[in-house]
Design a protein around this ligand. Structure first.
Ligand SMILES: [Zn+2]
Length: 680
């Protein structure tokens, strides 16, 4: 136990020692290139009004003097900076002073007068950046400069100032601004807080000394009840004395981005974003449209069609660009337009909206849009990345073709939800790599195609706008799924299809050997499905029976003839002593062997038969002439009797009782009916 305690004590000692040894090590050393040579220099910390600053190029110690990037002077000492490449001169300008520093020269020009640099360290190009002596520039601009040797820290303190007024500046057509007036240059610290939304501005080295005593209460607190969107209320108070800090709290209506601007005698806070530039840039290897903003705005994205375009509305924003038409072109983008948008019904009358319109090239595959917000930038990526092996095209006859390429032959499942107007195609992911994403189609028929990978499956969902007809062109097992889509065509509404579920009532038909399901029940199930599907497609239908009842064969034909139907489909299942026999058989009666038929029935039988085989993949048992069958002989319209499989084949029995097989068979019959009437 004693030993353990001593170990802990030793460890504690060790940790306590770390800060001491760290301090002894001195500042961090960095390699820099100066005058063509790489040297090691010390990194310097800087405190401005007691607050540490962050700089991407660190201040360094060079020849015992601290050099800072000239940008630092602009950011923290509130000066304007310009650079003359020919003369190698940096100009630092404030309202009162103009300082010109020449690289590697000990001369300095202050307000037009040439002087010697007091500490004999000129401005230098370090790592190709202009670095200027901190102490000289700071003192010349009127700041107090100090040095804390223990921590290798330079300090810059602003002169102490008074906050003399806080007010609202209202500009027609813009969101109100807040102006904090001071007796001289101040620094600030801003914090945005929620619950309620408020922005806190702390002004170090300042005292609240409002000139208009009428707007402060007995405790010296200023309170403005603004109630002008997005500002509710503003309060200002002396937050602390020694150190002297003035605090301004701005209560806001919502989470809104803001911009703080400090100039010589004021701080201005505004909420209106300004769109300053739009550029095509390469970000992480991808081409993106970058919208540069002064604040981070909220935005809406609207996709519009005919012509194809993407609209980005930046809210609470003003346009600060000269070009209203940008010649930006990509694989998908034709050009970009910007405007100060006059609010329409989507917005309020006084909203400030910058509208950016991406005009798209006319393409069948609509690009996938993703957005990213980085700092104040909004980046739009427009590509078809992430989606592979899927293709959608509009064919010459106006129909659409969806193709999905697989690595090898595979099974797939197609389902169409008529009510939700969504078609889903599912198959195992291992057969095809599609990626994830959305293909925006947005034509008059198809809305979009969404590709997702869910677990082991790929799921392709196609959202359609109207009722569609579809035709699965690929085989049951195929290395390419091909589905053709058409508008649900009105011309079918004058076609009446008579559907006859075989057997019924006292006549059960054949009995499935394993499951004992009766043919009459199976046939009715298929008949009802066929009726539903045909109605979805706009056909008129007549069911000879819609329940388990016995109807005489001649009565069936008569019922069909009375209806003046255009086609007759009788549904049956087959049986055979040989269990190995399986497949689909289509039976019909040639017109010359019928007293009532007026047209050739073979083309109808052939079309239905072909489409059935294609849709189900079943064995071809042929198209047979069966003039003895009453329902195909005594019906006036084209007629077939379909034997949709052998219940005596154990595998086929298992298949035909599944919904999957039923759906495929129904689709085959439907495709056949459509093809038959289209070819007429
Ligand atoms: Zn039968």
């Amino acid at each position: 136990m004693k030993r353990l305690i001593s170990v802990i004590l030793t460890m504690l000692m060790f940790f306590l020692l770390i800060p001491l040894s760290y301090a002894k090590q001195g500042p961090e050393l960095v390699d820099v290139t100066v005058d063509g040579k790489v040297i090691k220099v010390k990194k310097i910390n800087i405190l401005i009004n007691g607050e540490p600053i962050q700089s991407d190029v660190p201040p360094i110690l060079y020849n015992s003097r601290t050099l800072v990037p000239v940008r630092f002077v602009a950011n923290y000492l509130n000066a304007d900076i310009s650079w003359n490449q020919e003369k190698y001169e940096a100009t630092i300008k404030t309202q009162e002073k103009e300082i010109i520093l020449k690289i590697n020269s000990s001369d300095v020009i202050i307000n037009g007068k040439v002087e010697k640099l007091p500490y004999n360290v000129p401005a230098k190009l370090i790592n190709d950046r202009t670095m200027v002596p901190l102490r000289f520039v700071s003192e010349a601009l009127g700041f107090d400069v100090g040095w804390i040797p223990e921590t290798w820290t330079g300090t810059i303190d602003y002169k102490k100032q008074d906050v003399t007024n806080v007010s609202i500046v209202e500009n027609e057509g813009r969101l109100p601004k807040i102006r904090i007036e001071t007796t001289g240059l101040v620094s600030y610290k801003d914090i945005f807080l929620e619950d309620p939304y408020r922005l806190v501005i702390d002004i170090p080295r300042s005292n609240l000394n409002i000139e208009n005593k009428e707007i402060i209460d007995s405790r010296g607190i200023l309170k403005l009840d603004v109630q002008k969107y997005p500002i509710k209320e503003i309060r200002a108070s002396q937050f602390s004395i020694n150190p002297d800090v003035t605090r301004v709290v701005i209560e806001l209506d919502r989470d809104i981005s803001y911009n703080v601007n400090v100039s010589d005698k004021q701080i201005q806070i505004d909420f209106t974003n300004k769109v300053s530039n739009i550029k095509l840039e390469t970000i992480e290897g991808k081409k993106g449209i970058v919208i540069y903003n002064t604040n981070r705005p909220d935005y809406n994205i609207i996709r519009l069609y005919e012509p194809d375009r993407i609209v980005v509305d930046l809210l609470d924003s003003l346009l600060e660009m000269n070009d209203n038409k940008l010649g930006i072109e990509t694989e998908f983008i034709k050009g970009i337009r910007t405007s100060q948008f006059k609010p329409d019904s989507l917005y309020n009358e006084h909203d400030k909206i910058v509208r950016v319109v991406l005009d798209l090239k006319e393409k069948e595959i609509k690009p996938h849009l993703t957005t990213r917000v980085e700092d104040n930038k909004i980046i739009l990526f427009l590509d078809d990345d992430g989606l592979k092996n899927i293709d959608f095209e509009k064919l010459e006859d106006g129909s659409r073709l969806l193709k999905i390429k697989a690595d090898k032959r595979m099974n797939y499942h197609v389902k169409y939800d008529e009510d939700g107007k969504v078609m889903t195609i599912k198959f195992l992911k291992k057969y095809a790599n599609l990626g994830n994403g959305i293909i925006e189609i947005r034509d008059e028929l198809i809305d979009y195609i969404k590709v997702e990978s869910i677990g082991d499956y790929n799921k392709v969902s196609m959202k359609v706008k109207k009722d569609i007809l579809y035709d699965i062109l690929s085989s049951v097992k195929d290395d390419e799924i091909k589905i053709k889509f058409n508008d649900k065509v009105k011309k079918y509404s004058d076609k009446l299809i008579v559907i006859d579920a075989g057997h019924g009532g006292k006549d059960p038909g054949t009995i499935c050997p394993i499951t004992k399901i009766k043919e009459k029940d199976l046939a009715l199930k298929y008949a009802l499905s066929l009726e539903k599907r045909l109605r979805e497609l706009g056909f008129k239908t007549l069911l000879i029976r819609n329940r388990d009842e016995y109807i005489d064969l001649y009565d069936r034909a008569e019922k069909a003839n009375r209806s003046n139907g255009d086609a007759f489909i009788s549904i049956h299942f087959n049986a055979h002593d040989d269990k190995d026999i399986s497949g689909i058989q289509t039976l019909y009666c040639p017109s010359y062997l019928s007293d009532v038929k007026t047209e050739d029935n073979y083309p109808f039988a052939e079309t239905i038969h072909e489409e059935l085989l294609k849709a189900t993949g079943a064995v071809d048992r042929g198209i047979k002439r069966r003039p003895k069958l009453v329902v195909v002989r005594e019906t006036k319209m084209v007629a077939v009797l379909l034997e949709l499989g052998f219940v005596t084949n154990p595998n086929e029995e298992k298949r035909i009782i599944t919904q999957e097989y039923k759906d495929k068979a129904i689709q085959g019959i439907v495709n056949g009916i459509i093809r038959y009437f289209e070819s007429k």
